[in-house]
Write a protein that binds this ligand. Structure first.
Ligand SMILES: [Zn+2]
Length: 263
């Protein structure tokens, strides 16, 4: 994983924040720096559904598109925190389907996920030429969208044991306080070795979503050593990343994670 910038105070441009360099794929995690949006959307907000000005969102998109290959067609979803996975082709890339994960096996198809604390996951089986992208917040984690994403890649010819994964910047266990009841629900569905929660204040628990998602991927057949975790806690590093928690649950922009299969 190569860093575009790791000095948060000094870094004002140079997106993407992190690039995942792999054979047959272009993949990157953007943060919030390097765009033109202002206020809570400052500055590289890429969502047109959070109240930002369309002209500024469009300018931000023009800045990140250069990271794709020239023929790259980027698919985005109407993300709904479910567990629906879509196979995407060049023909369907612009449909903006309702769901939270995508897989593809066609060069030039890029899969994009927008987040602000949820766990973005990029996946690649370079031998099979199959990619996947998903996001897993607490709802998606309860629904085990990570496992569904691996299964959908297998349907396109991937083998779990060959899949490499990059888990991107997400809220960490340091900051993700949830009701103890929700913590218990996640523990109930998480793989036994996931270390899903740690203690919190009375009635609360600190949830480690990236760890649970990683354990779900391993339970789906991905090798533990094939999983890379990149970036910092979005809330702790809210100068670098959009974080809904850092915004007090209020208005914020969304950052892009994407993977594209290349020839
Ligand atoms: Zn944190």
């Amino acid at each position: 994983m190569s860093q575009g910038c790791d000095k948060e105070a000094a870094c004002v441009t140079s997106p993407p924040h992190l690039q995942w360099e792999r054979r047959r794929a272009k993949a990157a995690f953007f943060g919030r720096l390097g765009g033109v949006s202002t206020g809570p959307y400052s500055s590289l907000n890429l969502s047109s559904a959070v109240g930002d000005q369309p002209r500024q969102v469009a300018e931000n998109w023009s800045r990140v598109r250069g990271t794709l290959s020239r023929q790259g067609e980027l698919a985005l979803l109407q993300q709904v925190h479910g567990a629906t996975v879509w196979p995407i082709t060049r023909n369907s890339a612009r449909e903006k389907l309702r769901g939270d994960a995508m897989v593809a096996n066609e060069a030039g198809v890029a899969l994009g996920i927008l987040t602000a604390d949820c766990v973005p996951v990029l996946m690649l089986d370079a031998d099979a030429g199959v990619i996947g992208a998903l996001h897993s917040g607490w709802r998606g984690t309860l629904a085990n969208i990570a496992h569904a994403g691996v299964d959908a890649m297998v349907n396109l010819g991937a083998r779990p044991a060959r899949i490499e994964v990059a888990i991107g910047p997400a809220i960490g266990k340091c900051c993700y306080e949830v009701d103890a009841r929700l913590g218990a629900q996640v523990v109930a569905v998480a793989p036994p070795d996931a270390r899903a929660i740690s203690g919190g204040r009375p009635g609360k628990a600190m949830l480690d979503l990236p760890a649970v998602v990683g354990a779900q991927l391993v339970a789906a057949g991905v090798a533990p050593e094939a999983i890379t975790t990149a970036g910092r806690c979005t809330r702790c590093a809210s100068m670098l990343y959009f974080s809904r928690r850092a915004a007090g649950g209020g208005i914020t922009g969304l950052q892009l994670s994407f993977i594209e299969l290349v020839e």
